[in-house]
Design a protein around this ligand. Structure first.
Ligand SMILES: NC(=O)c1ccc[n+]([C@@H]2O[C@H](COP(=O)([O-])OP(=O)(O)OC[C@H]3O[C@@H](n4cnc5c(N)ncnc54)[C@H](OP(=O)(O)O)[C@@H]3O)[C@@H](O)[C@H]2O)c1
Length: 338
């Protein structure tokens, strides 16, 4: 099974991506043990199926090293001429403090060397504390490194709408912001998506599958105790469900999604991801992949073979209307990290 052309998205003038990005937090060790050799072999299977775009970070354990190993394996198999088919989007999540040119350059140099590339396709920048305005210095140095050819495009992760605006005014060219976005967490719709639409910035969504909770596996299941939630993702998004409206409401959502999924002959996960792919400003959804442990290539391929209709939305919206407003509870996108 291969992906239809509709999976591709023109992310920038020089880069198209698969609208389902393979998330590599799942190889960090916080989601169970990963066998490096199996994981890298599996990356080839994702690529061959059309899932050519990877989301990673400097702090996701061996993720950046896996990109280098994967590129070597890929080049051996298909030749170096085809390496441009791979898109690898990393992040820089610095510890708070002064942001001098050597500090920024050193961090980017480490990612370049670990990933085995001359230039990073996309560098997504995270910052923990808005009251420390050194992030403007970091962004200025990153923009310099971009001009020098070390970074193709600059992006952000977990920035709120207000800072997105301030950074745009500051003049640093940002192409995307990576934020939590799911049927449970629709905060990006409040302010972020409108701003992105106006500015031509796109969103990369994560947490869309709630670490796997948004699937048949949890339909009709009693509320799982914390001890049963054996990955960092499951724990993170179970907390989000608790804030959103709790397990009973989540079961109502799963039941409705199951009816819609059956109608289209797809899975609950497909319906949840399709819903977010169709939202304005969304370029892609990042789906975590426990490489070599669990694999959903065939199921996620179905995402590009169906469409949600007005009847489906009319079933989903009344359930969502019963949930709490996460903007009021948590704040804008990324505020859970601050
Ligand atoms: N910027 C940030 O702050 C941030 C934060 C979190 C994540 N992320 C990014 O987003 C990625 C996704 O991570 P996440 O934590 O948000 O997890 P997620 O994508 O919501 O969930 C991933 C899990 O969903 C399950 N799954 C995938 N496809 C499925 C399908 N078709 N049917 C049923 N289950 C399916 C798998 O569970 P099993 O493995 O158990 O089968 C997989 O491990 C990360 O790898 C990372 O790249 C970024």
């Amino acid at each position: 099974m291969s992906l239809p052309p509709s999976n591709r998205f023109r992310f920038t003038a020089d880069l198209t991506i698969c609208r389902i990005l393979n998330g590599m937090w799942q190889v960090s060790g916080a989601h169970g043990a990963i066998d490096p050799a199996r994981a890298v072999d599996e990356m080839l299977a994702y690529h061959d199926a059309g899932f050519t775009t990877w989301d990673l970070a400097d702090h996701y354990g061996p993720a950046e090293d896996f990109i280098a190993k994967f590129r070597r394996l890929f080049a051996d198999r298909y030749g170096t001429g085809r390496l441009a088919e791979i898109q690898a989007f990393t992040k820089w999540v610095p510890h708070p403090g002064r942001m001098t040119r050597p500090i920024v350059e050193q961090a980017i140099g480490v990612s370049l060397s670990r990933m085995g590339v001359e230039c990073l396709d996309l560098l997504q920048f995270h910052w923990w504390d808005y009251s420390d305005e050194s992030y403007f210095d970091a962004l200025d140095h990153l923009a310099d490194l971009q001009r020098e050819g070390k970074i193709r495009h600059l992006a952000l992760t977990n920035f709120d709408t207000e800072r997105l605006r301030v950074i745009a005014d500051h003049g640093v060219p940002i192409v995307s912001n990576q934020v939590q976005y799911s049927l449970v967490d629709r905060r990006p719709e409040a302010r972020m998506a409108v701003f992105c639409g106006e500015q031509g910035v796109t969103l990369l969504a994560y947490g869309t599958l709630l670490g796997g909770l948004l699937s048949e596996k949890y339909l009709g299941r009693p509320e799982p105790p914390r001890t049963e939630l054996n990955t960092a993702s499951l724990q993170k998004y179970k907390r989000m469900i608790d804030a959103w409206g709790g397990w009973a409401l989540f079961q109502q959502l799963l039941a409705v999604l199951k009816q819609i999924a059956d109608k289209h002959r797809v899975s609950i996960a497909n319906v949840g991801v399709r819903y977010i792919l169709d939202r304005s400003a969304v370029a892609g959804v990042i789906v975590g992949a426990r490489l070599g442990v669990a694999q959903h290539i065939a199921d996620n391929t179905r995402l590009f073979g169906f469409a949600l209709d007005p009847e489906d939305h009319a079933m989903i919206e009344p359930v969502l209307a019963k949930s709490h407003d996460l903007i009021k509870l948590i704040g804008d996108c990324g505020d859970e990290y601050r």
